[in-house]
Design a binder for this molecule. Structure first.
Ligand SMILES: [Ca+2]
Ligand SMILES: [Ca+2]
Length: 84
């Protein structure tokens, strides 16, 4: 487990925990908060800084990279869940 401010993020070793893909802050909900973390992580890595999210959790669409696409798909999934 790594800490960044008051928010806990899972590291690779913790991935055995039953957390839904995309739920990067591991609060059991997939929503805009997760999307914004994924975007922030993508912004970090795109300027050459170290990623802070678990790659498997943050790579929501499973294409092997964490990008704005994952963030928008998380948002889309959240929008679907909140209307149904
Ligand atoms: Ca979440
Ligand atoms: Ca991806």
């Amino acid at each position: 487990m790594t800490r960044r401010g008051e928010i806990r993020f899972l590291t690779g070793e913790d991935y055995t925990l039953p957390v839904e893909s995309g739920d990067v802050n591991c609060d059991g909900r997939l929503n805009a908060v997760d999307a914004s973390y994924v975007l922030a992580d993508y912004a970090e890595t795109s300027v050459g800084r170290e990623a802070f999210l678990n790659r498997k959790l943050a790579d929501y669409n499973g294409d092997g990279s964490v990008s704005a696409v994952d963030a928008s798909q998380i948002l889309a999934a959240y929008a679907d869940n909140s209307v149904s």
